[in-house]
Ligand binder design. Sequence first.
Ligand SMILES: Cc1cc2nc3c(=O)[nH]c(=O)nc-3n(C[C@H](O)[C@H](O)[C@H](O)COP(=O)(O)OP(=O)(O)OC[C@H]3O[C@@H](n4cnc5c(N)ncnc54)[C@H](O)[C@@H]3O)c2cc1C
Length: 360
Amino acid sequence: MTNPPGRAEKLSRSAGSVVFDADVLVLGGGPAGTWAAISAAERGARVVLADKGFCGTSGATAAAGTGVWYVDPAPERREAAMASREKLGGHLQDLRWMARVLDRTYAQSNQLADWGYPYPSDDDGKPQRNSLQGPEYMRLMRKRTKQAGVTILDHSPALELLVDGNGVVAGAAGLRRQKGDRWVVNAKAVVIATGGCAFLSKTLGSNVLTGDGYLLAAEAGAEFTSMEFSNAYAISPAFGSVTKTLFYSWSSFTDEEGSVIPGASSKGGRSIIARALRKGPVYARLDEADAETQRHMRVSQPNFFLPFDRTSLDPFTQRFPITLRLEGTVRGTGGLRIVDDSCATRVQTQLSQYATRAAR
Ligand SMILES: Cc1cc2nc3c(=O)[nH]c(=O)nc-3n(C[C@H](O)[C@H](O)[C@H](O)COP(=O)(O)OP(=O)(O)OC[C@H]3O[C@@H](n4cnc5c(N)ncnc54)[C@H](O)[C@@H]3O)c2cc1C
């Protein structure tokens, strides 16, 4: 029997392991993993995706609301968007990659609309595509991943990369926690999409993000980059786990006595908040958001308001205690060093070996 396009072949089930043969193995089923899996499968590859949780509900995006860098392709808008981020990032960015991210984000957000993602519209009926609700987004991504013919292994953490005697990566192996056995996938290429590392930081959705992919890649000889920038702390209510630091641009910050803390701010004033927290509680109140901004906040990030609504606390008029939570590498700062536009690392795979030979 032949498999449909993109369907990986299950080779055997023996000695406590189920073995698959695939072209591409994707580790992790968040946005990065599902987009990679769909893209490979649509190009005819046989793809297996393994997630340590349930693909579609696990990881940082599935639990959260996500702000998206969706910018109209008009050159002046793109340049303005890049210039503002460059300033924020201390002019350390690679402009070509920023442009590539903008292109992909624009195309894929529109693709999501075509697939039926329910973007809200503004008062003029124009769709708003700069924000996604994680649960709806990732439910759709799981559906599209399955429709693309990808074999999904849920509750199946990867434990090791398979490496031949020459150090060439040839797949990976892990556990199927609900079946009590092991999986082995022989693959020509492995995509590491296991998210960042913010284990036990108490940021929403981050407890599954233990940095496994980094460890597996490091064991295979991968290099890392920009890890010195992965120490960002984000603002969160002391009683919650949603770190929407942007919203605190409209906040005042006060100490126990109710005095304003000079210099405390979400941008450029977080160190002052950190110092104040060492002395005692710090409170925020989003009292600088006007009615229109408040409405936008509620539409774009409803999960931010859940803990407030449940405790009948109005964050726009009442102050609430805040804390800072380590976001580790989940914000995309720091990780595996990639060496080309295909996002390959220097670690050889069977596919990269083949490509090198073909190019000679
Ligand atoms: C509270 C919060 C808010 C955020 N807000 C934004 C935002 O507004 N905009 C934005 O762009 N980014 C935001 N981020 C960053 C966010 O992490 C990323 O944008 C996005 O989730 C990264 O996607 P990913 O697929 O790389 O990782 P994730 O979505 O984290 O998915 C990783 C997946 O890998 C799986 N996994 C982990 N280890 C293994 C293993 N050993 N084997 C198999 N599977 C494994 C996990 O179960 C998970 O499903 C936010 C992060 C947090 C924590």
